[in-house]
Design a protein around this ligand. Structure first.
Ligand code: FAD
Length: 324
């Protein structure tokens, strides 16, 4: 095993996702602490185009595979990358792709998996990873000294993004991706992209979420108006999603998406443990609730006791004034 760190960057519509920059920032810092190098692997249409950007962001070498890769083909290709770089750690963002691939890669590489990490550093010659467990009620710190690499998925917005002082000039190598007949255990029938002008929920630096209290899909426009005024992504509680007020893609929580923005605004959300599991690591939490005893106020940094149908439009108007 070397002291190098391998980042698995993801693409959306041929462009690097924001998580790639966060992962490479972590990888460069870790590699610096360990005396190794940061590398990146990227798969799918647009990989070669994105490789230059990954090199600029400090990857000493970028392994790019243009061919579209299902989970099993991706695991095989990435196992090749691990065999060639022998990294101490392989870093993914938290995503549907990494849920499919990271554990398989860890098993194949004879390493260990740490999912949804919110902290990672070099410690005592090994790596120390920090991750929430028990639906966020406890924080686990674990040390990994090998054998095999630590494969970690990192929660978005949990690590500092730092561009290198000068653009890197890393090399680009082709990564072979081969699809085999045995891979076709799952066939994707349709890919329905959600059309939204708003930032991606899991990567947004501000999230405005609404709960059951909105009462209808029509009333959710109050949430969208505040989100748009703040340049935020819109989220929802499961109760709101189950009632059909918002699509499942917006659900935040244990059985929805995990978010960790700089600012989370919970509107008419009670603060059930399953909702908190998906947003409690947000840097600042603002809660708007008409019940002064709502559980969410125990976690919130700022609380507004009031009717969201009055507070949200007033807040949106003030934010618009401030942003000009
Ligand atoms: C296995 C399992 C998994 C789950 N996964 C998730 C998950 O991923 N995400 C999730 O969110 N939940 C999840 N839940 C459900 C969770 O337990 C709660 O039921 C849900 O979060 C409640 O949603 P809510 O806060 O919108 O609704 P409620 O609990 O009904 O709260 C509504 C809140 O709105 C306030 N309110 C009402 N009217 C207004 C108003 N006009 N202005 C301001 N405030 C108002 C009320 O005071 C209340 O606090 C899960 C449950 C289980 C059992």
């Amino acid at each position: 095993m070397s002291n190098d760190i391998l980042v698995v960057a993801e693409l959306k519509d041929g462009q690097l996702k924001k998580s790639a920059h966060e992962l490479l920032s972590v990888a460069r810092k870790l590699a610096g602490e360990l005396g190794g190098k940061a590398h990146a692997a990227v798969l799918g249409a647009g990989a070669s185009g994105a490789a230059g950007e990954l090199a600029e962001w400090g990857a000493e070498s970028v392994l790019a595979g243009e061919a579209p890769a299902g989970a099993l083909a991706a695991v095989r290709a990435l196992a090749g990358a691990v065999a060639s770089k022998q990294p101490r750690a392989v870093l993914f963002g938290v995503s549907a792709f990494s849920r499919d691939v990271a554990a398989r890669l860890a098993a194949r590489a004879g390493g260990a998996l740490a999912s949804d990490a919110i902290g990672l550093k070099a410690e005592g010659g090994g790596l120390q990873v920090v991750r929430p467990v028990c639906a966020g009620r406890a924080i686990l710190t674990a040390n990994h000294a090998g054998p095999g690499p630590l494969v970690a998925t990192l929660r978005a917005n949990s690590f500092e993004i730092a561009k290198p002082a000068a653009p890197g000039a890393g090399t680009v190598e082709a990564l072979e991706v081969t699809a085999a007949e045995a891979d076709l255990r799952v066939s994707v029938k349709e890919f329905v992209a959600t059309k939204s002008e708003r930032p991606e929920l899991t990567e947004a630096s501000i999230v405005v979420s609404g709960g059951r209290s909105l009462g209808s899909a029509e009333h959710f426009k109050v949430i969208y108006a505040l989100a748009d005024a703040m340049g935020a992504a819109a989220g929802a509680s499961r109760a709101a999603v189950d009632a059909g007020y918002a699509p499942h893609a917006m659900q935040v929580g244990q059985t929805g998406k995990t978010v960790s923005p700089a600012l989370y605004v919970a509107c008419g959300i009670s603060g059930a443990i399953q909702h908190l599991a998906g947003m409690r690591t947000s840097k600042y939490i603002v809660a708007i609730n008409k019940d002064p005893n709502a559980t969410i106020f125990k976690l919130a940094d700022f609380g507004i006791v009031g009717d969201l149908f009055e507070v949200c439009p007033a807040l949106a108007a003030e934010v618009k004034k401030l942003r000009g």
